[in-house]
Design a protein around this ligand. Structure first.
Ligand SMILES: C[S@@+](CC[C@H](N)C(=O)[O-])C[C@H]1O[C@@H](n2cnc3c(N)ncnc32)[C@H](O)[C@@H]1O
Length: 299
């Protein structure tokens, strides 16, 4: 086939898949896709979020050259054990918005009240490193913010304090970005200047996190809805689980929060997103007020 005809064919194929992108996701297939996702992740797409699945999965149809949503659903079901497409599905359906120092009041509470309190309570019975978990870390900005605060503010105050920071997320592509530690303007826009100068190297458009910060954090893929994996996450002093509960329904919120409770040490704290609350989800925690923020304590 000459090059020209080949290009026309590719053009036709692309047009067809663009058109398929505009194919309507039927209510029935939407519900099946929603159930498929919900059973595995706890993420629940309300009826009014159908357009979101349609758009995001539509892009996968295009990439895979699959003509309709039903075939995609069949692919998901047959491929599941091999974990082939699932990872791309999770990348496609998750919303990974985050940035450094996102909720600064939480970090101030951590630095000024919570860590000093935990350090003090530990003095008599040393238990090794202080453990902090950024659950649903997205591309790592939250976990690395904690690492910078440790280097900048906590280490000078508590020279013997050692820290272990873990960041996890269901999406493998954001975990890859987190491990690389290379960011764009958007992520660093809220950074205090002194941190910025000290802990990043900049080229024209990218911001490279320095190795001293990177080496303090470990990242891994983890689905918060997978209870067999959650059972392995134990003995944390502080957990950040911010801006992810909003994607869950009540049942999955209750399950995840109860599992996170078990992951915390007594005396440990849980932070959730600014717009989130544990009202009706758990009364196992004590609500503790800090300047302009709250945290949930396991007593
Ligand atoms: C909006 S981001 C929040 C990032 C960060 N915690 C913050 O507050 O800036 C939500 C993250 O939750 C992750 N997520 C959604 N469902 C999840 C699940 N079942 N298990 C783990 N992570 C999940 C998404 O992949 C996404 O990166």
């Amino acid at each position: 086939m000459n090059r020209w005809r080949k290009e026309i064919n590719i053009f036709k194929l692309d047009t067809m898949f663009q058109a398929s992108n505009q194919l309507i996701l039927s209510d029935e297939t939407f519900r099946e896709l929603r159930d498929f996702i919900y059973k595995r992740t706890g993420i629940y797409f309300q009826d009014n979020k159908k357009y979101l699945l349609e758009g995001r999965i539509g892009k996968r149809l295009q990439v895979l050259k699959i003509p309709d949503y039903n075939s995609y659903l069949r692919l998901l079901n047959t491929n599941e054990l091999m974990n082939g497409e699932i990872k791309y599905l999770y990348d496609a359906i998750t919303i990974n918005e985050t940035f450094f120092f996102r909720n600064n009041f939480q970090f101030q509470a951590l630095e000024k009240a919570i860590i000093p309190e935990i350090v003090k309570s530990r003095r008599d019975n040393q238990r090794g490193k202080l453990r902090i978990w950024s659950a649903a870390s997205s591309s790592g900005e939250e976990a690395y913010t904690i690492a910078m605060i440790y280097l900048e503010r906590l280490k000078p105050q508590f020279p013997n304090l050692e820290i272990d920071i873990v960041g996890t997320d269901i999406s493998s592509s954001v975990i890859e970005t987190a491990k690389n530690g290379v960011y764009r303007e958007y992520s660093v826009r809220n950074m205090p200047q002194d941190y910025f100068r000290k802990y990043f190297i900049k080229d024209e458009s990218r911001f490279f996190l320095k190795p001293d910060v990177k080496k303090l954090v470990r990242f891994d893929i983890l689905n918060l809805y997978d209870q067999s994996k959650l059972r392995l996450m134990r003995n944390f002093d502080v957990i950040f689980c911010c801006n992810v509960l909003i994607y869950f329904d009540m049942k999955s919120k209750i399950q995840v929060i109860s599992d996170l409770y078990n992951s915390l040490n007594f005396g440990g704290y849980l932070f959730i997103g600014y717009a989130e609350s544990l009202h009706g989800i758990s009364n196992a925690f004590k609500l503790v007020n800090f300047p302009k923020t709250v945290a949930y304590k396991k007593e």
